[in-house]
Design a protein around this ligand. Sequence first.
Ligand code: UN1
Length: 508
Amino acid sequence: ESLDALLAEIAAATAKPFPDASPIIDGKAVGGTPRPVLSPIDGKAIGTVAEADAALAGRAMLAAKAGFDDWNRTPARTRAAALRKAADLMEAKRGLLLALLQAEAGKTLDDAISEVREAVDFCRYYAAEAEAKFAMPTALPGPTGEENRLILRGRGPFLCIAPWNFPLAIFAGQVAAALVAGNSVVAKPAPQTPLIATVTVRLLHEAGVPVSALHLTPGDGALGAALVAHPAVAGVAFTGSTATARAINRALAAKDGPIVPLIAETGGLNAMIVDATALAEQVADDVVMSAFRSAGQRCSALRLLVVQEDVADKMVEMITGAGGELKLGDPRRIETHIGPVIDAAAKQRLDSHVEAMRKLGRIVWAGDAPALGGTFVAPHVVALNSIAELDREHFGPILHVVRWKSGQLDKVIEAIEATGYGLTLGVHSRIETTVEEVVSRLSTGNIYVNRNIIGAVVGAQPFGGHGLSGTGPKAGGPNYLMRFATEQTVTVNTAAAGGNASLIAMGE
Ligand code: UN1
């Protein structure tokens, strides 16, 4: 399959105006307050979003409540079939999805292609998981004269709140998991990326998800708070900052009524430990890939390189050499390696961190940012004196470097664990006991040995962290759907009149 065909599909999708974004309740676009959607590439409007207010949030939640029971009683195989169909439709409509990932989220072609792939994989993976675990009750052994069945069902109206950095894959992944487990859904995309969310919801409806089971409410954090506060919410799946996850957790805890579960995937202070035995070229490649590509806008991205003193100068030189080869610019151009950061606020936060580090004399290297209208941030390498100095996640192409003395691996491990985050971690070493020590002593969710630390593959590398990085379970893993479900145990007295044959037959 040729690149030309792909580029032609993107060009065809770009030639027409993108479909507008709006709240969708029971399949209908319903009002909202319009504003333009701006591209991070050049700041120009690429479409319009009508944003929901608290009243529409309430309507969407009530519609999801009304739609829940039918969908929950729909056989899991039928629900899974809808996800498979959605995956097929995503592939068929990839031109539009790729064009939107580029224009709305500023993604390079590489990143956009991987993201469509990931969204498709999530749909197919959760479909298979639901068929394996939800379609049939599990028969469990027990005392003679009784039959026991464990049945998995949806919880109710699920609220899915997605980030802008994977506006297709994470958005579709959360929604697909919630739906296939039997929940109805109200989805709130990030304010920066409502267009692709609207296309995705329409596509899921086209694939066979009833309009009563999936509703969309574009809007900002205030809208998110109104949705979280609604009494009908039966569960929340959230990916975004640790601070917002905490706010959601507090708001849920403050409500009367049922205890509502929160599935949160948040930030990280992701480190890579490099010792003197590591292969330098490989480290340089993996660091550049993990810290700078995708403009550092992955929660898995590398923030902190912890390198053994003896090899630190050489490693940093190779990293900045490789970093200097990267082309920043319009992500729609095929030769571009790094596109813009998501918006002016993100750029401003990163610029002020770089400025603060510059004042302290900590800037080791800065790449070039293009003189274009968009929100571009050059990659940087910043020297720190200690791991503890990195006090928060800087969500962009900024790599912090700390040196460690041989014999101090212990201290390095303790300092990384002490950050309280635990999302991704890399270790580069050719000494097996070093790798083992790192893996066994760190609680980090995803550990990568002698490779880059981004791009977890659905099904093969279940993704998610601990502590300040999230609640689990891992997305794209065998336990993810469980948190979207309730369990029901049915025990039948087989000696009783009639024997309740139909209930006993369930799960045979
Ligand atoms: C995120 O950036 O919010 O492994 C999580 C990866 C991606 C990260 C997604 N799955 O790079």
